[in-house]
Design a protein around this ligand. Structure first.
Ligand SMILES: NC(=O)c1ccc[n+]([C@@H]2O[C@H](COP(=O)([O-])OP(=O)(O)OC[C@H]3O[C@@H](n4cnc5c(N)ncnc54)[C@H](OP(=O)(O)O)[C@@H]3O)[C@@H](O)[C@H]2O)c1
Length: 242
């Protein structure tokens, strides 16, 4: 019986690479997406070409409660088991205090905190049965205070906090951990200038930005490590030491 992972926001970038790492290890992969239907379908086709029936796609906007509920019920249906949940989907944009709106709050909290919490709630019985694992993807910057990002930081900080709470609540059968990336990829739609990149790299002891595989391999390592729970692992080339 193949193990099953649900990865949110898996059509592109870090989520996509994480999906590949699980697929290569023989897992069945539920690829969640919101707007990236084409990319999600192509990724599933790639996995299914290698092993028929090994991947499927499910659309859901995590800002919408009914979509979250549907994502949970459809995920449970597909393979009849869930061994790992990777809460990776995230909206990310700045909200300087004078400009913040209730709409921004809902958007940033939906995908980064509320969605992950309620998906975890919905999948708890199946994760329990599988003695499974939840990985929440947070961000090293929440510990530093990132000016202009109060709502995003509240959401990711909340996700880090509930990682510890749920690790206790869901023990001993479900492990809950977080992976906090440092500088991995430019934010969607933005490109760093050479000067910006050099400034970022100058603050990283390992002297380079990370790549998607640094996060994906850490996620897989934690899922496979049966005696780790309640932890946030910073994957940032040492940036958070500075
Ligand atoms: N990239 C970095 O350097 C970095 C640094 C620190 C932390 N992180 C964290 O690492 C994770 C992956 O980063 P990334 O840069 O690869 O992510 P990303 O490309 O910014 O976003 C991943 C996916 O999230 C989905 N998403 C956004 N809003 C959504 C919503 N309302 N409902 C459902 N899905 C939604 C999008 O899906 P669709 O495309 O299908 O719409 C998107 O493809 C995120 O949690 C991010 O916060 C990344």
């Amino acid at each position: 019986m193949h193990k099953v992972v649900l990865i949110t926001g898996a059509a592109h970038r870090i989520g996509r690479e994480t999906a590949k790492v699980f697929a290569e290890d023989g897992w069945n992969v539920i690829i969640h997406f919101n707007s990236s239907l084409k990319a999600a379908a192509e990724l599933a086709a790639e996995f299914n070409a290698k092993r028929s029936g090994s991947a499927c796609i499910i659309q859901a906007d995590l800002d919408i409660d009914a979509d979250v509920e549907r994502l949970v019920s459809e995920s449970k249906e597909v393979y009849g088991r869930i061994d790992a949940l990777i809460n990776n989907a995230s909206s990310f944009y700045s909200t300087p205090l004078p400009d913040i709106s209730y709409e921004d709050w809902d958007k940033l909290i939906g995908s980064n905190l509320k969605g992950p919490l309620f998906i975890t709630k919905g999948l708890t019985p199946m994760l329990e049965e599988a003695k499974g694992s939840v990985i929440n993807i947070t961000d090293i910057n929440i510990d530093k205070g990132l000016p202009g990002f109060s709502i995003y930081s509240a959401a990711k900080g909340g996700l880090k906090a509930i990682t510890k709470v749920l690790a206790k609540e869901l023990a001993p059968n479900i492990r809950v951990n977080a992976v906090a990336p440092g500088a991995i990829l430019e934010p969607p739609g933005k490109s760093w200038s050479e000067e910006e990149l050099a400034k970022i790299v100058s603050k990283i002891p390992l002297n380079r930005i990370g790549d998607e595989s640094d996060i994906a391999n850490t996620v897989k390592f934690i899922v496979d490590s049966k005696y780790i729970t309640g932890q946030t692992i910073n994957v940032d080339g040492g940036r958070s030491l500075a």
